[in-house]
Design a protein around this ligand. Structure first.
Ligand code: ADP
Length: 259
């Protein structure tokens, strides 16, 4: 069966830089698989996610989403493929003055024509699905609260529900818990894991926190200086390997909340 994400020989050199941010990177991700990407700051984790979603254009290499190539695709094709790619960022980037419902419904914009989108003419079934998903996520009491009034953890959950409204086959999460307290981080990671299992979404989560990666991911990708230095089951990642990826002892890496 074809992989949900396939990355072949990816390389990215940013303008003005000589050193590749990512190089010789090959990766496939299957349906329902949750991958934690770990590695020191500057290892290329964020560049990898941004290349997959076409926010960054690779210098070389090819990327396929469910067998369709996004690298070199026409703007129309990129737009179509992006619907399948849900993104969750560290700073959730919700519109603070809009309500939770309005923010979540933005997840449908990729499926609508411009006029319907501007006028907020969403389908009833989509609105019902938004309410149900928000209720299932423990946000049922906040539908008409402004996003700006919510806590960081609640906002991140709204961002995940918004991504789910796209009915994605891929969820790309860039440091989703970096600015959360440990209790909220746990809720957010559990939500990401549960929705990916339930909807069979292929998920890549960039994590600064090694302990969270070990706890929630099925598979770990360790990056160092733009290359994958470990790719395998979480259970087989040894302490020695982690120390090699970070160049630091494990004891200095486990304190996830104190960045
Ligand atoms: P990580 O997410 O692992 O911290 P990044 O992908 O953000 O790593 O960065 C990888 C390398 O690319 C770093 O050396 C970083 O400075 C560089 N880099 C990232 N974004 C840009 C950019 N927009 N322009 C130039 N260099 C960048």
């Amino acid at each position: 069966m074809e992989s949900v994400i396939a990355v072949w020989g990816l390389k990215k050199i940013y303008r003005g830089s000589e050193k590749p941010a990512v190089r010789d990177l090959n990766l496939t991700v299957e349906r329902g698989e949750m991958i934690g990407v770990i590695g020191p700051s500057g290892a290329g984790k964020s560049t990898l996610l941004r290349c997959i979603n076409h926010l960054v254009i690779p210098t070389a290499g090819r990327i396929f989403i469910e067998g369709e190539e996004i690298t070199g695709a026409s703007p129309g094709m990129v737009r179509k493929l992006r619907r399948r790619l849900g993104m969750v960022f560290q700073h959730h980037n919700l519109v603070a003055r809009l309500t939770v419902m309005q923010n979540v419904m933005h997840g449908r914009l990729g499926y609508m024509n411009t006029m319907d989108g501007v006028l907020g003419r969403y389908k009833e079934e989509d609105k019902r699905r938004a309410v149900t998903t928000l209720e299932q996520t423990g946000l049922g009491d906040f539908l008409y609260h402004r996003a700006g009034e919510l806590s960081g953890g609640q906002r991140q959950r709204v961002g995940i529900v918004r991504a789910l409204m796209q009915e994605p086959s891929v969820l790309l999460c860039d440091e989703p818990i970096a600015s959360l307290d440990p209790a909220s981080a746990q809720v957010v990671m559990e939500l990401i894991r549960d929705v990916c299992r339930r909807h069979k979404i292929a998920c890549i989560v960039n994590l600064h926190q090694v302990d969270a990666a070990l706890k929630y991911a099925d598979r770990i990708i360790g990056m160092f200086e733009g290359e994958i230095v470990y790719d395998g089951p979480t259970a087989e990642l040894t302490g020695t390997m982690i120390e090699k990826i970070y160049g630091k002892p494990m004891s200095e890496l486990m304190i996830s909340s104190e960045r």
